[in-house]
Each structure stands twice: as C-alpha cells, then as structure tokens.
Design a protein around this ligand. Structure first.
Ligand SMILES: CC(C)(COP(=O)(O)OP(=O)(O)OC[C@H]1O[C@@H](n2cnc3c(N)ncnc32)[C@H](O)[C@@H]1OP(=O)(O)O)[C@@H](O)C(=O)NCCC(=O)NCCS
Length: 149
C-alpha cells in the first residue's frame, strides 16, 4: 500500500534517489536537510514497503505557498502518486493558512502541466531561460485556495 506522509530525516536517501531519477540537477543532501529544518517548509513522501516512491514540498511565507518540487520515480508514474502528493500538499497548505499556491514548471513538461491544470492552476506568467540542463523557460502557475478548493 502507498502512503503519503510528512518527510523525515530518515527519508532523505530515498528522496535523493527519486530526485536523481527525475531531475538533471538534483538537490544536495544539505538542501533537503535545510528544508526539513526550516519552519517555513513542509515536505511529504509517498512510500510503500520498498521505500520512497515520490516526494513533494512547499515553503510558505504569510499566506503565500510556493511548491518547490513534486517528483515520482519513473517506474511508478501514471498510478496517481503525483496526484496524492499534490493533494497532500494542498491540504497541508490550507491547514497552515495558505491562500495562494504558486509554482514554476518547465514549459515542455506536459505531464506536470496536465497535473497542475487538472487541479485548477492557472498560467500567470513566464520566466525566460529560468531552467538549465537543458535551457528552458519556466511557466508560472498559480492556484487560489480561497475559491472553495
Ligand atoms: C509530474 C509527475 C510528478 C506526475 O506524477 P505521476 O504520479 O505520474 O502523476 P499521476 O499518475 O498522479 O497523474 C496525475 C495527472 O497528471 C497528468 N499526467 C501524468 N502523466 C502524464 C503524461 N505522461 N502525460 C500527460 N499527462 C500526464 C494527468 O492529468 C494525470 O491525471 P489523469 O491520470 O486523471 O489523466 C511525474 O511525471 C514526475 O515526477 N515527473 C518528473 C519530475 C517533474 O517533472 N516534476 C514536476 C516539477 S514542476
């Protein structure tokens, strides 16, 4: 069974494996440790008996939530894990008093864009050349949590 729960220090090895599987510039151990120690940040993992399958997180300043990452191991994509992670993040953001959720996504990332649009995220802008490896624009998406989410 797959469970989504808050990330803890013991999850970091598994989370780094997911990150290496998903991104051309994975985060360092120190970055994850800093996020877990930050009072502004909230991270969750999707786990089963074999370990970490995916993770996601955000930081919140006042009522503004910024999703930093959502990632699911390639071998288990398309099974609803990304949705479960996003739903868990939105629930936790609401509990924490979040009113607006923002995120950046690679312009060509069709799977992630479809996931976010299906939850009502709207395209509000673009950062030219924001990403590296490969160079690419970022789309800025936003979701209001005040409109009866
Ligand atoms: C984006 C990502 C997290 C989705 O995770 P996932 O577990 O495969 O997603 P789910 O199975 O929960 O699918 C949720 C929705 O996403 C969309 N989606 C998922 N895979 C898709 C694909 N290959 N093509 C188009 N849409 C897709 C669909 O809208 C889907 O809903 P549906 O099944 O009702 O049609 C995953 O593809 C991933 O980790 N990618 C690499 C890391 C990344 O790019 N993260 C986003 C950073 S902004």
């Amino acid at each position: 069974m797959i469970t989504v729960r808050k990330m803890c220090l013991e999850d970091i090895d598994g989370v780094m494996e997911v990150d290496r599987d998903c991104f051309s510039i994975p985060w360092s151990r120190e970055s994850f440790m800093m996020e877990l120690e930050s009072s502004l940040s909230t991270y969750v993992v999707a786990v089963d008996n074999d370990g970490v399958l995916g993770y996601g997180g955000f930081y919140m300043v006042l009522d503004q939530v910024e999703i930093t990452n959502i990632a699911v191991m390639g071998k288990v994509r398309g099974k609803g894990i990304g949705k479960s992670i996003l739903e868990a993040l939105i629930k936790l953001a609401l509990i924490g008093g979040g009113k607006v959720v923002n995120l950046d996504v690679r312009a060509s990332n069709e799977a992630a864009k479809a996931l976010y649009y299906s939850y009502g995220f709207k395209l509000v802008g673009m950062r030219r050349g924001y990403y590296q490896k490969p160079d690419e624009d970022a789309l800025l998406l936003t979701l209001s949590l005040e409109e009866g989410f």
